[in-house]
Design a binder for this molecule. Structure first.
Ligand SMILES: NC(=O)c1ccc[n+]([C@@H]2O[C@H](COP(=O)([O-])OP(=O)(O)OC[C@H]3O[C@@H](n4cnc5c(N)ncnc54)[C@H](O)[C@@H]3O)[C@@H](O)[C@H]2O)c1
Ligand SMILES: [Zn+2]
Ligand SMILES: [Zn+2]
Length: 368
């Protein structure tokens, strides 16, 4: 099958013929219909984050189940599924309290470059190729643990299903799970990419106000207005603090950093008012740090918290978000950007790096 392989950071992905094993016990073979162009893969491509190489990238996928391995009970051939990049053991302290993104097993497996047993099902010219986060969906097929999949309504378009597996559940989940009582609160979202725009949609759903989207690209800010932002600020041409003072006399109660750069996180901490909370969602270069001014943190009782995977109970929240889409409450179709064939994967990432608007999607099976 054709798959996009990263051999070395800083080099282009190569679309190659990769052999894929049959699903082992507890595993599932999926024909990939759509895979979202998430910035996290770009972090691995440019070496900001590390993954065992070579690896097939892609972690935001949707497809149809072709075959299931021994003992698989939750998923059946023919099911439409969304991939989850943090599989859950189901039994640990975090899994049993609705926080599967923090599952200890999921974390260990993410570093092995294999599936849950630590081994890979991907081979290139007789050598093992690693999985990215147990998914590797920039490929015509993937074999994943059944614990990395959630079955969904088959009438949902595959591109919508795919982006819900990372960008949407991360961004909207941040609003719904981390700030569920933010109705009427002012929120600043820094970064209007797939994740930030999804946060904007979630914030509109819960009635936050004002919702201020910040980016350096005007077209992304226009998209944010379309998806529910009430105000926008171009951080390249305007001073954010000045603009916020103009937008609302009330200080901002929340901020979300959906970029992951030290200066954007610092800015997110600075712009919340007394008693405000900053939610760090964007990922930075491994080892990146941000200086936090001590006294405002203490004297204004500011809070700084991280949120992984929308702090979501993903197997429950992903189908729920898709129900909200079907009910017309979450315009996920308007979040979609360009569609690319698998062979165009590098083009898709160049466009992402250059500021393309909306969540782009790769369609490994050709355009539906
Ligand atoms: N916490 C999680 O679980 C989780 C999940 C998915 C992605 N992420 C991370 O979230 C981040 C965003 O992901 P994405 O796919 O939306 O990326 P993206 O590239 O689509 O979006 C990033 C946005 O930030 C904007 N930006 C860059 N510099 C800026 C600045 N100085 N001020 C304002 N805006 C600026 C860009 O123009 C772009 O619109 C990435 O770091 C990604 O790795 C985290
Ligand atoms: Zn992602
Ligand atoms: Zn667990």
């Amino acid at each position: 099958m054709r798959a996009a392989v990263l051999h070395r950071p800083g080099t282009a992905l190569t679309v190659e013929d990769v052999d894929i094993d049959d699903p082992g016990p507890g595993e599932v073979a999926v024909r990939v219909l759509a895979a979202g162009v998430c910035h996290s893969d770009l972090h691995y491509m440019n070496g900001d984050l590390n993954v065992r190489l070579p690896a097939v990238l892609g972690h935001e996928g949707a497809g149809i189940v072709e075959r299931v391995g021994e003992g698989v009970t939750r998923i059946r051939p023919g099911d439409t599924v969304v991939t989850m990049w943090r599989p859950r053991c189901g039994d640990c302290e975090f899994c049993t309290t609705g926080r599967p993104a923090l599952c200890a097993v999921g974390r260990v497996h993410a570093t092995s470059g294999g599936l849950l047993d630590g081994t890979s099902r991907l081979n290139l010219n007789g050598e093992k190729v690693h999985h990215l986060m147990g998914v590797s969906c920039f490929a015509e097929r993937c074999v994943v643990s059944e614990r990395s999949l959630v079955a969904i309504d088959p009438t949902v378009p595959p591109e919508i299903a795919a982006i819900t597996g990372c960008a949407v559940v991360t961004g909207a989940g941040t609003a719904l799970n981390v700030m569920p009582d933010a109705a009427g609160d002012g929120v600043v979202v820094i970064g209007a990419g797939g994740v930030g725009l999804s946060a904007v949609m979630g914030l509109r759903l819960i009635g936050a106000h004002p919702i201020v989207a910040v980016d350096t690209v005007d077209a992304k800010l226009d998209k944010a207005l379309e998806l529910g932002a009430t105000h926008t600020v171009n951080a390249r041409t305007h001073d954010l603090a000045d603009e916020l003072a103009r937008i609302s006399p009330k200080p901002m109660r929340w901020s979300v950093d959906a970029v992951g750069a030290p200066h954007t996180l610092a800015q997110a901490i600075e712009v919340v008012g007394t008693g405000g909370t900053t939610v760090a969602v964007g990922l930075g270069k491994a080892g990146a740090v941000v200086p936090v001014p001590i006294n405002p943190l203490v004297q204004q009782e500011k809070r700084l918290i991280g949120s992984l995977y929308g702090s979501a109970n993903t197997p429950v929240d992903i189908p729920n978000l898709l129900d909200l889409f079907k009910a017309g409450r979450l315009p996920l179709d308007r979040l979609l950007g360009e569609r690319y064939e698998l062979a165009q994967v590098n083009e898709a990432y160049e466009a992402l790096a250059q500021g393309a608007t909306g969540r782009a999607v790769i369609t490994p099976g050709g355009r539906p």
